[in-house]
Structure formats: structure tokens, C-alpha cells
Design a protein around this ligand. Structure first.
Ligand code: AKB
Length: 367
């Protein structure tokens, strides 16, 4: 929702005080208008939010959520390739490479962007196949945005971290916010380094950057892309389509997971929290639920009794084995009021219901 004074300004009638305050930037309680004069007429442009990597698993849902909150025109979705996704095309869509700083700056200036959600990254499994590029994308992409904030081109950044910052020497259960962190994957190393840089840019340059250590994210609207936790989305599609699933992790591999609705709520909540309440400028632990493939299969059997699961662990098993089984998120709860809503039973039920509904709609309206 735009701030109430926006309506006042919306008809382009700017009062005398406003006119006197003409400068390049105007702070208007919760939104910022870019002001300039053309032939003595004050022009303004409402500030916008930019999502880089909007076509990914989180990006699509975050774009939808932020657009329904602020309006379609206020949220610029962007990704490296054109999209045919109708949700992303409800508002502005830009082709943007996270590694192209001049391109990002041009987009920021064009749309008067003040907040950036940087989601473009290679996830754990894909990153292991191309470590050099993963390191480059995950780190250079972050520096581009941190530097734009340091240069005062933008005011606020969201950057996702992950449970991958932890490693085999980390306490596995109820992993604390601050603990031993020796990640063994290139993705985890890039996220841990990124967290330290976020903290550094905040301490040294006052950059307002906020971050969450996402667990595995489970959603029905968008596909995951290249993570170790992806099985927990695919399993629902295979259960509905074929009644069986072959899992690339072992039956007893417990990992922290979270329903996408919870993850989006957490992301928006941390970004809306007063700056003073964000005591931690690296990444916050947040917990949803934890389960093993076998436990998830049991939940699926409550709806599809004949569902069968088999196990063929691959290289992703070693990644999963290096990660925690459950997370202590008390700092996020205390600092900005985080509270998850989905346990494994509700997650499983919602996934089965919504995917079934989506598939039925797709059959009813073939493209
Ligand atoms: C992955 O599996 O790589 C991601 C993550 C836990 O960050 N879902």
C-alpha cells in the first residue's frame, strides 16, 4: 500500500511547501518521490521496488506478494531472460543480469528504485557443478547491489542467505544463530562470505541490508531450481501424477524446510521492520518445520494411501549430510517478531490440495 500522502500527491498538484522542497529526493514517511522541475512544474515519480532474479522459485511468489501489497506498477520484476509467466507480466518486467552493474543502475534510475531484492544465485546442487561461475554470480552480484547502496543509489536491500552457511562441524539440532560455521559447498561458502560482507557494509558504510537464512522452501506455484531440498517439492508432483517417487536423499535425512507462504511473510516482515530492530546484519535463522523423506512420505500416504517411495542417493546426499536437521530461530522471533505457521502436516496437505487444483485447472483450460 502506498503511504497516505501519496494520494495527496497523486494528481500532480504539489503544494507550495513541496515546491520549495524540490530537490532530487524527497522523503515522504514511507515512500520516496523523485522530484524535478520541468518549466516550473514539479514532476514526481513514486519510488519502486526491484526484484532481481524474479523468475526463480522465490522470485515469482515474492513479486506476486509485493505487487498485491503495493500495486503492480510499484514492483519491477527482472531476470536474465524474457518471461512468459503471466504473474510476472502483471507489472513492469525488465531483462537484467545481476552481473551487469551499469545495466542495474540504468534500471534503478529509470524506475526510481529504492529497494532491491537480490534473488539471482546458483543454489547448492547446481553450484557444485560449476563452482567458478557460482562463486562469481553469488558474490559479484551481491557486491553490485551493496555498492549501489553505498553510492546512495538505493536505500534498502534484501539478500537471501541459507542454512547452507552451516557445515558438518555445526551442532545439528536446534542450530543456534551464532555457532561454528564451516560450510563445505561452494554455495554455502558464498552465502557465509556474503553474510560477512553484508555485516561489513552495514557497519562501515551504513548500508541497510537485511537477510534471512532460508531453509528448503516448499511451494506449489513455482518450481525450485537446483537445490538439495528440491526433492520435497518434486515428491508432491510425482505422488499426484504417478503415485510413486524415487528420492535422491536417504530415507532418514532430516532437513529444515518451510512452506513458501511462511518464507514470503518472513521476507516482507524483515524488510518492513524498523531498522533499529534488525540487530543482526548478516543472516537470521528462521525455522518452519523439519522432516525426513520417509516422514514426508507418511504424510502423503494420509491422502494417497498407495504412495510408494524408493531411495537412490546421489551427490546431493553429502550436501544434505553437512546441513543442520533443525534450526533455533529465537533471535528472529525476538528482534522482528518472526513466527512460522506451517507444520509438516499442514504443509503436506496444502501442497497436495493446491497442486491437484492447479493440475485440474490446467486440464480444464489447456493452452
Ligand atoms: C538448496 O537446497 O540449495 C536451497 C537452500 C537450502 O538454500 N534450497
Amino acid at each position: 500500500m502506498a503511504c497516505s500522502s501519496f494520494d495527496k500527491h497523486n494528481d500532480k498538484t504539489i503544494d507550495a511547501t513541496m515546491k520549495n522542497r524540490v530537490a532530487s529526493k524527497e522523503n515522504c514517511c514511507c515512500c520516496i518521490h523523485l522530484l524535478s522541475t520541468v518549466n516550473d512544474t514539479v514532476m514526481y515519480m513514486e519510488s519502486t521496488i526491484l526484484i532481481i532474479g524474479a523468475s526463480g522459485q522465490i522470485g515469482i511468489e515474492l513479486t506476486m506478494a509485493l505487487r498485491s501489497k503495493h500495486g503492480n506498477g510499484k514492483v519491477i520484476a527482472s531476470d536474465i531472460r524474457p518471461t512468459s509467466d503471466t504473474a510476472l507480466l502483471q507489472g513492469p518486467y525488465e531483462i537484467l543480469d545481476a552481473l551487469d552493474k551499469p545495466g542495474i543502475l540504468a534500471c534503478i534510475e529509470k524506475h526510481n528504485v529504492k529497494e532491491v531484492y537480490l534473488l539471482a544465485a546458483l543454489l547448492s546442487a547446481t553450484a557444485e557443478k560449476n563452482p567458478e561461475f557460482a562463486w562469481r554470480l553469488n558474490m559479484e552480484g551481491l557486491f553490485n547491489i551493496l555498492d549501489l547502496a553505498r553510492e546512495k543509489k538505493i536505500d534498502k536491500i534484501f539478500w537471501p542467505s541459507s542454512i547452507a552457511v552451516f557445515g558438518p562441524t555445526t551442532p545439528r539440532e536446534m542450530t543456534p544463530q551464532r555457532t561454528v560455521m564451516e560450510p563445505t559447498t561452494v554455495y554455502g561458502i558464498s552465502k557465509l562470505a556474503g553474510e560477512r560482507w553484508c555485516e561489513y557494509y552495514h557497519q562501515r558504510y551504513g548500508v541497510d541490508v537485511r537477510s534471512i537464512r532460508y531453509p528448503g522452501l516448499i511451494g506449489y506455484r513455482s518450481e525450485p531450481g537446483g537445490g538439495t531440498t528440491d526433492y520435497a517439492v518434486d515428491i508432491f508432483h510425482q505422488a499426484i501424477d504417478h503415485g510413486k517417487y524415487t528420492c535422491f536423499l536417504k530415507a532418514d535425512t532430516k532437513l529444515p524446510m518451510m512452506m513458501m507462504e511462511d518464507a514470503i511473510r518472513a521476507t516482507i516482515a524483515i524488510m518492513e521492520a524498523p531498522s533499529a530492530s534488525i540487530a543482526n546484519r548478516s543472516g537470521y535463522n528462521i525455522a518452519g518445520c523439519s522432516f525426513t523423506p520417509e516422514e514426508l512420505a507418511e504424510h502423503i500416504r494420509k491422502e494417497i494411501p498407495s504412495f510408494a517411495i524408493s531411495y537412490e542417493p546421489d551427490f546431493r546426499q553429502a550436501i544434505a549430510d553437512s546441513w543442520p536437521g533443525s534450526i533455533d530461530d529465537s533471535c528472529a522471533r525476538t528482534d522482528w517478531g518472526w513466527q512460522s505457521e506451517y507444520d509438516t502436516a499442514l504443509l503436506s496437505k496444502t501442497m497436495l490440495q493446491e497442486i491437484t487444483k492447479k493440475k485440474a485447472e490446467h486440464i480444464a483450460t489447456p493452452r
